[in-house]
Design a protein around this ligand. Structure first.
Ligand code: SAH
Ligand code: F3S
Length: 432
């Protein structure tokens, strides 16, 4: 009987891909199969996120729960960003943890598995050529890493400390991987990096200089590949050439993530984001002029240290001007070893009020945008079976839509007319 692996993945898409890598290694080299039930598992992995403080606290309570109810022989490993930044401390606080494996070291999963109390968290380790492994959760779309780490020094962000410096993966390897997944039946690829449009700044070996725009051009030539998505681009690197390629290349999905963080030029400067409120608005205008159908999502941090009422009003002003299709909003959370860690924090009640004000406004904007979608038709790529006999998929501009249907729809494109509006998912009918 094969050994069983339970893996819980927190955080971003890069973590999801890292989990796929670990699953691939454990299947190939150690004969593990995945299970949904941790009590049935021989190995329990938590792939952690440390971007904000709360998930870190949750980790320890969760570990305690796993330890109490797991099979007595089962091992527990803590992987990912929290593993990178807490390292040995995890084993000190939870001595039953068998090993700790950093976000930049996931390729070594089968090594640490056999070394009790191993702590492998070297953030200089170059895993860039290991970014492709043969396990993918979905046969319809494939995550493909294009770079690892991040070279920016946003003062609030722990990622450069957990994932190390940025290294781009050679374009020839990315193209080869994309061809392979397309031959395997996927029609969509999802390019991943912490700062994708900084692609090409540094490679680990000698390599022709290729920037992100050129990488997109090259990938879009692959026959059978229909859709290209990517995350996350940085507003600072959104030059005209990139926006024009995005807008006019038919294989690139018309959905752009533009992490604003703050609408105040002063706060952006304190965050070391490298752009101003005006630059951000100018980029949105350029994008919408070139590509009127684009949907734009963003990340916003409220109550960054020193954020005044006027600064917050600037963020609200940008929200009202841009009317983002989707906003991920967070209260600022001080992170260890970041520059902002010791900045004086905004009063926590003020921070909560700002977050709820922003989220209420966002819901209003969202409802207004959604109400206009009824009766519209989108080309949907179906990806997942969901409850009650529905199949869900996404439009090119990233609207999630469900229709009545079954397995035959998976991996196909259909024209769908929106019939019903919901907050997270819309309902539609396939047009004959
Ligand atoms: N380059 C990555 C950033 C990863 S962090 C990306 O764009 O996906 C994802 C988001 O978490 C950031 O955009 C930011 O909005 C939020 N975030 C990061 N550090 C934070 C902190 N200390 N407090 C609150 N939110 C934070
Ligand atoms: Fe973090 Fe800024 Fe890089 S948000 S991941 S340091 S672009």
């Amino acid at each position: 009987m094969s050994k069983k692996l339970f893996i819980e993945t927190l955080g971003c898409a890069m973590n999801s891909r890292d989990s796929e890598h670990m699953i691939a290694q454990l299947r190939e080299k150690e004969g593990y199969e995945t299970t949904e039930d941790f009590q049935d598992a021989d190995l329990i992995l938590i792939n952690t996120c440390s971007v904000r403080e709360r998930p870190v606290h949750k980790l320890f309570s969760e570990l305690g729960g796993f330890n109490k109810k797991k099979k007595p022989t089962a091992k527990i490993g803590v992987c990912g960003c929290t593993a990178s930044h807490l390292g040995e401390e995890i084993i000190k606080r939870a001595p039953y943890v068998n090993f700790v494996l950093g976000a930049r070291n996931v390729s070594r999963i089968t090594e640490v598995l056999h070394k009790d109390k191993a702590v492998e968290v070297d953030i200089n380790y170059d895993e860039s050529e290991f970014a492709f492994d043969d396990y993918r959760t979905s046969p319809y779309k494939a995550y493909i890493n294009i770079s690892i780490g991040c070279d920016k020094k946003c003062t609030f962000c722990i990622v450069p400390k957990t994932r190390g410096e940025e290294i781009s993966i050679p374009d020839t390897l990315i193209i080869q991987e994309a061809k392979k997944v397309v031959e395997g039946g996927a029609k969509e690829i999802f390019l991943l990096g912490q700062n994708v449009n900084n692609y090409g700044r540094r490679f680990s070996g000698d390599q022709e200089k290729v920037n992100f725009t050129e990488l997109l051009r090259r990938l879009s030539k692959i026959e059978g590949l229909e859709r290209i998505r990517f995350t996350s681009p940085h507003p600072f690197h959104m030059d005209d050439e990139f926006i024009e390629e995005f807008a006019h290349n038919p294989k690139i999905c018309k959905s752009m993530h533009m992490p604003l963080q703050s609408g105040s030029t002063k706060v952006l400067k304190d965050m070391k984001r490298g752009y101003t409120k005006e630059w951000f608005l100018n980029r949105v205008e350029k994008l919408r002029t070139e590509c009127p159908e684009v949907s734009i999502s963003t990340d916003i941090i409220v109550a960054f240290p020193g954020e005044s009422d006027e600064d917050f009003a600037d963020t609200i002003d940008v929200m009202k001007q841009v009317k983002f299709d989707q906003i991920f909003s967070f209260k600022y959370s001080p992170r260890p070893e970041t520059e902002a860690e010791h900045f004086k924090e905004v009063d926590s009640e003020v921070a909560s009020d700002r977050l709820s004000y922003l989220q209420t406004l966002n819901n209003e904007i969202h409802d207004e945008i959604n109400a206009k979608l009824i009766g519209k038709t989108y080309r949907v790529y179906f990806e997942a079976l969901i409850r009650d006999g529905y199949v869900s998929g996404r439009s090119d501009n990233n609207i999630v839509i469900k229709v009545k249907g079954s397995e035959e729809l998976l991996g196909t494109f259909e024209n769908v007319k929106i019939t019903q509006i919901g907050r997270t998912i819309l309902t539609g009918e396939i047009l004959a």
